[in-house]
Design a protein around this ligand. Structure first.
Ligand code: AKG
Ligand code: MN
Length: 204
């Protein structure tokens, strides 16, 4: 990371076969602790079931889907709830910071070090061929790991309180990402991934 980059600046992270950029502090009118508390209180959190090898499990985190378009994820279709005023504030800040427009957000709550997200690409057809996804974090930092699909490349990023990570270009086509479980105690973390959903799937 460039030593001279300031907290509110979006700095490219050079990676092969995709675009990544990081901003340590997304400019917002509210302190991050207040945003975190309101996201915890105002979100209709759900503990979703997933099927792995034909067996039903609870997902190791809480999640919720808001915005203007329904979304299919891990074989399930989520009907959205309308954006809240706070989500709109964060969305507009993310749009100003990245120059991209978003119409949906997936929220994930990692309650402690045992919550996680398996390795995946956000490459559903309704996201379009080169999706721009803005990932905004509040609360405890967790390590976001990216693994190239064909090359022996791994990138690890500490997604800290109030930060924004932009994934764009061919990143989803060439990389998977996830959040591992940890052994060291970890506090609550809420992550929002703002996306643009096209109502009719775009053919690749
Ligand atoms: O919590 C994170 O940082 C990752 C979230 C993510 O990959 C997703 O919502 O698709
Ligand atoms: Mn993802």
């Amino acid at each position: 990371m460039d030593l001279f980059s300031s907290a509110g600046e979006l700095t490219p992270i050079p990676v092969e076969d995709g675009e990544l950029a990081f901003m340590p502090q997304l400019p917002l009118a509210l302190p991050t602790a207040e945003v975190l508390q309101r996201l915890l209180d105002e979100t209709a959190w759900r503990e979703e079931m997933i099927t792995v090898w034909g067996k039903q499990h609870l997902q190791p985190r809480l999640s919720a889907w808001y915005g203007e378009a329904s979304y299919t994820y891990s074989g399930k279709t989520f009907a959205p709830l309308p954006f809240t005023a706070l989500q709109l504030q964060i969305k507009e800040a993310a749009e100003r910071a990245t120059g991209h427009r978003f119409n949906s957000v997936l929220l994930n709550c990692y309650r402690n070090e045992r919550d996680s997200m398996g390795f995946h690409s956000d490459d559903e057809p309704e996201l379009g061929p080169e999706p721009a996804i803005a990932s905004v974090t509040f609360g405890e930092a967790r390590t976001f790991i990216l693994k190239h699909k064909r090359l022996p490349r791994t990138v690890k990023l500490d997604l800290t309180d109030g930060s924004l990570l932009l994934m764009a270009g061919a990143l989803q086509a060439n990389w998977r990402h996830g959040i591992n479980k940890e052994t060291k105690p970890r506090g609550l973390r809420v992550n929002l991934t703002f996306r643009h959903i096209y109502s009719a799937p775009i053919s690749k």
